[in-house]
Design a protein around this ligand. Structure first.
Ligand SMILES: Cc1ncc(COP(=O)(O)O)c(C=O)c1O
Length: 366
């Protein structure tokens, strides 16, 4: 049988099992000390004043926007080359997404198109840049544009735990940063979970209330809210995972270097570009290739798992199309769709596995 090269991997060791078991034994499953401890540690990692544990990355984005007052009739500038959940909270809140193209080199929001669309939608309320694949968006120019047009900034950091831009952690630039702890992410709670980080004490308080039935610290229902809490077992796993994050990000970067080295002379393969003023944490290693679907099938036949992130882009999904007034002009987003391929990437991928993937790609194009 061909040996498999898995696309991703989730790390579970005895420490993780023990800390989850401790919570199960304690009978304290929600609103407990582990969520608070993870919040404190995550706030330190992001160098911000507040962190609010929530039930998913989607919930973090939704609650951040809602806590900041985004709602009916507002416009939010968003990329379409991203996961659906960057945009769905905007629509759920009754706001209108205006799609911005991405830079084909970094895959993050294109500053020139952002400036153009911010000028064309002067009443826009916010922008949601995405640190896609683990690469920080250009937060310097984005912040300048946001200040000029008075935009709130919600950083979708769901793929970029521990990444930095000009030395500062992602999530610390905007009004709020939103992280996912889904199993494939750079750190996980081995289930669903997320974190909202912010330096804005009022936004943090509103998000805490909104995640817990609109209750304030005294337990009064002071606003409408649903249940978007993170639970104690998840937080216990998250604390263990966070302690490995820096090492795992370094292992991902080392894997990326080996891919670059082994694929450098395969002309058909366009390797991902790293921003010079940022650290890329390689949630995904995404190359551009011709004949993507054929290559993907050939790799699959050899037991090599791959992914496509994202095709179709959000604006072309059936769910989103019905909310859009017209067809947005996003040439780079559309050009990327049938060229992008995500290669196996996780901290425990071996040199031999990377070499096998690269040999298979080389074989396909020879
Ligand atoms: C860019 C991006 N945004 C938002 C999300 C939503 O996170 P979750 O799956 O935890 O709701 C994800 C992860 O799936 C993501 O990759």
């Amino acid at each position: 049988m061909t040996e498999q090269v898995p696309f991703t991997d989730v790390y579970v060791d005895d420490d993780i099992v023990d800390s989850a078991t401790e919570v199960l034994d304690s009978r304290r499953y929600v609103k407990g000390p582990r969520v608070e401890a993870l919040e404190e540690q995550f706030a330190d990692t992001c160098d911000v004043g507040h962190a609010v544990g929530v039930s998913s990355g989607t919930a973090a984005l939704y609650l951040a926007m809602k806590a900041a007052g985004i709602g009916d009739g507002d416009t939010v500038l968003v990329p379409s080359h991203t996961f659906f959940a960057t945009v769905s909270p905007v629509v759920e809140l009754g706001a209108e997404p205006v799609f911005v193209d991405v830079d084909p080199e970094t895959y993050t929001i294109d500053e020139t198109d952002l400036a153009r669309k911010a000028a064309a939608h002067e009443d826009a309320a916010a922008v949601a840049p995405v640190h896609l694949y683990g690469q920080p968006a250009a937060m310097g120019p984005i912040t300048t544009i946001a200040e000029r047009y008075d935009l709130r900034v919600f950083e979708d950091s769901c793929q970029a735990h521990g990444a930095t831009y000009r030395g500062d952690p992602v999530g610390s630039f905007g009004d709020a940063g939103c992280f996912s702890f889904y199993p494939s992410k750079n750190m996980t709670v081995a289930g669903d979970g997320g974190m909202l980080v912010t330096d804005d004490a009022d936004l943090a308080r509103a998000a805490r209330e909104l995640r817990n039935h609109g209750r304030d610290a005294d337990g009064n229902h002071v606003r409408l809210g649903l249940n978007h809490r993170l639970d104690e077992v998840s937080a216990a796993v998250g604390i263990e995972q966070l302690s490995h994050l820096a090492d795992w990000n370094a292992d991902r970067a080392a894997a990326a270097r080996r891919y670059r080295d082994r694929l450098a002379d395969v002309d058909a393969v366009e390797l991902p570009t790293e921003r010079e003023d940022a650290s890329h944490v390689y949630h995904l290693f995404v190359v551009q290739v011709p004949d993507r679907d054929e290559l993907r099938a050939a790799l699959e036949e050899q037991g090599i798992g791959t992914g496509v992130h994202y095709d179709p882009p959000v604006h072309q999904t059936p769910a989103m199309r019905s909310y859009l007034d017209g067809v947005p002009d996003l040439p780079e987003t559309e050009r990327l769709c049938d060229r992008i391929l995500s290669l196996p990437m996780h901290p425990r991928i071996t040199d031999e596995e990377i070499d096998r993937v690269c040999a298979a790609i080389r074989g396909f194009y020879e």
